[in-house]
Structures are given as structure tokens and as C-alpha cells.
Design a protein around this ligand. Structure first.
Ligand code: NA7
Length: 499
């Protein structure tokens, strides 16, 4: 670390080159900062790189799932496909000159705070150690596949793989395909494969509410108009009705007896009642929990797909996997050539398994032994100059995580200012402020729709929803200006105590 003209030269380590890491990199580049992005894979894109399954679609409208500063005229449809999104991030990273700052194939295996020097020492998978004054943890949420614990999985004679590890050579066309899992992923795969597979079986442990949404393609004329006039894109992104929907959605999440959730429940119920003809299938597909308790699935074609003659919805539990297929608890065998495990992710990992040790060797693993937490989802006591984008307790819902990350970055920028100006060596929230936040958050989270009685990746190990439990507006307001009284700024001359 050096101090030049009172302004401190900071070295930034950004962990992860997904959506949030690229955002941080672009902002740091624009500020002329000294930064490196560490990416364990050989391409950028995060979840949009890992997931390549057929049917992969973002459930946020394409023009809302873009950086605010980089509108994109080329989206092919109202909802973008995964590979389009991957391309968008690659083009944007290149355009803003951040790709050369990414060290690909380089995993951060440890981050250890050095008290004396007030720096982070990063251990890399290459064996190197590098120093950074600031760590931006942009490592994503859903990146560690959760493999199901089903007896006999290894014995399957066909192709078997997790949805986030799609195997291009797998037998799909004209084959007997099974999909385990009924989250957004399983639903999207079923909608994409029903006209390719000979037979398709959707193994559902729990049925899902399906929210009907519009889908349409943009014509070449429309894209040409977007290119000529980005204001047309803004009109979609900032469309009053879209934002009113986000407002209604967060009202629905946070007011479980309110009119907004009642409307969502009715839309989902009507969709089931009116779209599924066979009464037996309808009952198989009927959830026994409230709509939006699990992350709501947006689909315009799932019910059509499962009513195709070659598609079966299987609600009988799986007893075990055998070489020929899936043996159900009632003794029947579903013979398969290919088995896709759309069984979700370990959503509590965040930057882990990277070992993160803060002041006096405090380990992030220990701090997160009950649940992953962070003060306003961004900072953690005793982990100075360590900032998370899309970290624990941030908003979740069917809206743009890019917008969330941009707001979080604006918050981080304000915390970085005293470091950049040389007014402080380190910044972190007080333990009391974090404890107060977490107490309020947990109490509120229990009353949200996510806590209304279902299992989902939104719940932590103790069954508490792990997300932001207040309105979207409250989040925007919180990110607009940190409560600086809740932060400790350590000056060069005063080593901080453990709080
Ligand atoms: P999700 O939403 O976590 O869904 C996982 C699905 O897998 C869900 O239906 C689970 O059933 C099912 N599952 C998990 N383990 C098993 C076993 N052992 N047997 C049968 N079924 C199982 O993951 P997705 O990948 O679909 O989506 C994750 C997010 O990515 C999504 O919300 C978007 O934000 C993007 P369960 O409901 O637990 O009974």
C-alpha cells in the first residue's frame, strides 16, 4: 500500500467474473483503479457460463436483465436465452476493456487479513500469494450443484449428469429421457426437450405453481429501431407497468394476507385449472403450499409440454436408480437412456469453499455456522475492506439481480471513498449494527411468503428465509446511503480491536 498525494493507491481483488464481478471490474476500470479479477473457470459469465442446458432462459425480461449503462438492442425475444446472455457479458466485458484484467483458471483458495499491513493476502490455486487492499466477493450464489442422495445413482448405465454440467454428447434426440427436479431448471428443460425425446419423464417430488407470462420475439425491424434509438430500450426497461409489477411482487412477498399475493395465487390457480385438461394430471400438478412460497416459476409453455403424449409427470417417489432407469417406490421401473438431475444448488456457499479469515483469524465459516449473513447483505464485522455483491440476505425474487448488484456497488463506492481519500485504512460494520440488522431481518423474513410452509433454496439450514424481507424500495433506499454510524473506520495509527 502506498499513499500518493493524500489519495491512497488501492489494489482490488475481484473474486469471480460473472455478472457482478464484471460490473465491479467495469466500475473500477472507469475510476482508473488497480484491480484484478480472479476467475476459476476459463470463460467469464458465471451462472450463464455454467448452465448450458436446452431451454435455459432468464425469467427476467431481457431489457431489464442488462446493465443500466449498457442497453442491448440485440435481444431476440422478451425473455433472453442463456447463450445470448453469455454473449452479452462477453461483449460488454470486452467493450469496457476489463477482459484483460481477468485471470482465468485462477481460483482464490484463501483470503487472510493481515492486521499489521491492513491488507488481504490471497492464496491462489496457482500456488501464488498476492496482496489486495480490498476484496470484492462476486462469487455468485448458485454455483455448487446439489447432487441428490439417491441410492444407486452411480449404477445407471445411461448418461446421467447435473443440469449445470450439461453433456453435449448425451442421448436426447429420439431417446428415453428423465428429468429429476421441478424448479425453474427442470421446467425449462422439459419445455425444451418434449419434441426431441422419444419419451420424457418429469420426476417431481413437489409440484410447482406456474405463473403464466407473455412471450414474444423481437423482429429485426424492432432491433434496428433499438439500435437507432436506445431510448426505446429505456422505455421497456423503465416501463411503469414493469416497475409497478416489481412493487406488487415485493408487496406480495412481504404481506402474505394482502391483495397482491391473492392476485398472484389466483393467476397461478387459474393457469392450472384452465390449462390442464386431464383431471388426474391436474391433481398431480397441484401444489399444497402457497404460490410464491418457492421461487415462482414463470412459463408460457410448461403445461403444454407436459400434456404432450410422450411426456409423463411422475409424482411417485424415487426408490433407487438402477442400470436400466428409475425404480419408483411403488415398484414400477421407468426405463431411461438419459437422466438429467435438475436438483438445484447448495445456495449457502457464496464465496466458500474459499477460506476467508478476518481479524485475529476469525473464520467466515465459523461466523456463518448458523447461516450466512452480512450487514445489509454487503459487509461483515471483523472482515475489513471485504464487500459482497449478491451476498447473503440480499433481495431474491423474479426481478433483475443486475439491478441489485448495481445498487450494491453504489453502496460499496461510498464505503470505499474514505479508503481512497486516505482517511482510513479499513472499513467494516460494527458487530452491534450487524446483530441488530440480522435480528430485525430474521424476524421479518419469517413472516414473508417464503416462510409460509414449503421447502426451497430460499430457506437457510434453520428454515428461515435467507433473503431481504422488506420492500424493494427499502432496499434501494438502504443502498443509496450507508449508515456511516454503523461503520468503524480504522485510521493508520490505531489497530482495531475485535468487535
Ligand atoms: P431448485 O429451484 O432448487 O429446484 C430443485 C428441484 O430438485 C426441486 O424440484 C426439488 O424438489 C428437486 N430435488 C432436489 N433433490 C431431490 C431429490 N433427491 N429427489 C427428487 N427431487 C429432488 O433448482 P433449479 O436449478 O431449478 O433453480 C434454481 C434457481 O436458478 C431458480 O430458482 C432460478 O433463480 C435460477 P423439492 O421442491 O425440494 O421437493
Amino acid at each position: 500500500m502506498s499513499i500518493q498525494n493524500d489519495r491512497r493507491h488501492l489494489r482490488y481483488a475481484v473474486v469471480g467474473a460473472g455478472m457482478a464481478g464484471i460490473l465491479a471490474a467495469i466500475r473500477l476500470k472507469q475510476n482508473g483503479e488497480d484491480f484484478t479479477v480472479y476467475e476459476k473457470a476459463d470463460r467469464l459469465g458465471g451462472t450463464w457460463r455454467d448452465n448450458r442446458y436446452p431451454g435455459l432462459t432468464c425469467d427476467v425480461p431481457a431489457h431489464a436483465y442488462t446493465y443500466s449503462f449498457e442497453p442491448y438492442a440485440e435481444w431476440q425475444a422478451y425473455y433472453a436465452k442463456g447463450e445470448e446472455i453469455r454473449t452479452y457479458f462477453e461483449l460488454t466485458a470486452a467493450k469496457y476493456g476489463v477482459t484483460p484484467h481477468i485471470r482465468f483458471g485462477c481460483e482464490v483458495v484463501s483470503c487472510v487479513w493481515q492486521e499489521e499491513e491492513a491488507v488481504w493476502l490471497l492464496g491462489l490455486s496457482t500456488g501464488e500469494s498476492v496482496e489486495a487492499d480490498v476484496v470484492i466477493a462476486a462469487s455468485g450464489v448458485l454455483h455448487h450443484p446439489r447432487m441428490p442422495d439417491i441410492e444407486g445413482l452411480d449404477s445407471f448405465a445411461g448418461d446421467v449428469f447435473h443440469s449445470a454440467r450439461w453433456q453435449d454428447g448425451a442421448r436426447i434426440d429420439g431417446a428415453r429421457v428423465g428429468v429429476v427436479g421441478n424448479g425453474s431448471t427442470g421446467v425449462q428443460i422439459i419445455t425444451a426437450l418434449h419434441d426431441r425425446a422419444e419419451t420424457l419423464v418429469h420426476f417431481q417430488r413437489s409440484p410447482q405453481w406456474i405463473m403464466p407470462v407473455p412471450y414474444f420475439r423481437y423482429s429485426e425491424e424492432e432491433r434496428a429501431a433499438f439500435r437507432r434509438d436506445p431510448g426505446l430500450i429505456d422505455a421497456i426497461r423503465y416501463d411503469k407497468e414493469y416497475w409497478a409489477n416489481i412493487h406488487r411482487f415485493t408487496q406480495a412477498i412481504t404481506h402474505v394476507d394482502g391483495p397482491e399475493i391473492a392476485i398472484i395465487e389466483q393467476l397461478c390457480l387459474d393457469n392450472l385449472e384452465n390449462s390442464v385438461r386431464d383431471p388426474e394430471l391436474k391433481e398431480k400438478l397441484r401444489p399444497n403450499y402457497r404460490a410464491a412460497c418457492k421461487r415462482l416459476i414463470y412459463s408460457w409453455c410448461y403445461y403444454d409440454a407436459v400434456q404432450q403424449p410422450n411426456v409423463t409427470v411422475e409424482r411417485e417417489g424415487i426408490a433407487r436408480i438402477e442400470p436400466e432407469g428409475v425404480r419408483l417406490k411403488d415398484g414400477r421401473l421407468q426405463p431411461l437412456d438419459t437422466l438429467v438431475l435438475a436438483t438445484g444448488f447448495q445456495a449457502d456457499r457464496f464465496i466458500r469453499p474459499t477460506q476467508v479469515l478476518g481479524r485475529k483469524g476469525v473464520s467466515l465459516d465459523d461466523v456463518w455456522s448458523t447461516r450466512p449473513t452480512a450487514y445489509y447483505a454487503v459487509t461483515i464485522p471483523n472482515f475489513p475492506n471485504f464487500f459482497m455483491l449478491n451476498g447473503p440476505t440480499g433481495p431474491v425474487g423474479n426481478f433483475s439481480l443486475i439491478d441489485i448488484a448495481e445498487r450494491q456497488w453504489a453502496y460499496v463506492e461510498q464505503l470505499l471513498a474514505p479508503l481512497r481519500e486516505g482517511d482510513a485504512l479499513a472499513v467494516e460494520p460494527t458487530a452491534q449494527a450487524h446483530a441488530d440488522y440480522e435480528e430485525r431481518r430474521v424476524a421479518a423474513a419469517r413472516t414473508t411468503i417464503f416462510g409460509s410452509g414449503c421447502s426451497s433454496w430460499y430457506l437457510d439450514a434453520t428454515g428461515v428465509p435467507s433473503s431481504w424481507p422488506w420492500s424493494y424500495e427499502a432496499f434501494a433506499e438502504a443502498m443509496a446511503a450507508p449508515i456511516m454510524d454503523d461503520y468503524v473506520l480504522t485510521a493508520a495509527s490505531e489497530p482495531a480491536a475485535l468487535s
